[in-house]
Design a binder for this molecule. Structure first.
Ligand code: ZN
Length: 120
């Protein structure tokens, strides 16, 4: 029983570094912002500052944005189908990590640590 070897420690450190990179990439990608602060409303062409709704739309790769007034009109003319409506008060930001992502990261840590150990 010689406890942790240097290779084990290197493997763990590499695994943690890998994990930090994954978390950082996920975090930074979910906080992406449009390059422009303002957009021209697709309907009335008014110059409008981006808000939470349009930034979310931008992240979903939408290219047409509406100002608040036009969005309200659009919602009234296109009522959301039942079950898909998302009341504002129930809106929650997307979670940073998913159980699958955590499992994948854990697996990566174990693989890296195994590789580091076999490099002796
Ligand atoms: Zn408009």
């Amino acid at each position: 029983m010689d406890g942790l070897s240097a290779k084990d420690i290197v493997g763990v450190i590499l695994g943690i570094a890998f994990l930090v990179v994954i978390v950082f990439m996920r975090g930074s990608s979910s906080r992406r912002q449009p390059n422009d602060t303002f957009f021209n409303c697709w309907r009335c062409k008014a110059l409008t500052p981006h808000n939470q709704r349009t930034i979310e739309a931008w992240r979903n790769e939408k290219t047409h944005f509406f100002c608040g007034a036009c969005h309200t009109k659009w919602l009234q003319s296109h009522p959301a189908p039942p079950g898909q409506a998302r009341p504002a008060k129930e809106y929650r930001p997307r979670r940073r990590s998913s159980p699958v992502g955590t499992l994948v990261a854990l697996g990566a840590v174990m693989v890296i640590s195994a590789i580091a150990r076999s490099c002796s």
